[in-house]
Design a protein around this ligand. Structure first.
Ligand code: SF4
Length: 80
């Protein structure tokens, strides 16, 4: 399980999440930040820090944002 960054990040990209992540598992992609689910330790710090409430636990992603779970997985697969 991991946290997931959803659509509000695309316009904001505030980067507050990167500043608070204790394991440095957040990376900037072409249009938004992404969390590497293989490294995330589920601490929740990024969720609280995000100014646009773009970050959810994987189990709590709103229905209209579900695609962002796969979008993050695809991003890190491309990086491998
Ligand atoms: Fe990093 Fe914690 Fe957010 Fe996971 S939940 S991305 S470990 S700040």
């Amino acid at each position: 399980m991991a946290f997931v960054i959803t659509s509000p990040c695309i316009k904001e990209r505030a980067a507050d999440c990167m500043d608070v992540c204790p394991v440095d598992c957040i990376s900037l992609g072409a249009d938004q930040y992404y969390i590497d689910s293989d490294i995330c330790i589920d601490c929740g710090a990024c969720e609280s820090a995000c100014p646009v409430e773009a970050i959810y636990h994987e189990d709590e992603v709103p229905e209209g944002e579900i695609e962002y779970i796969q979008k993050a997985k695809s991003f890190f697969e491309m990086c491998d």
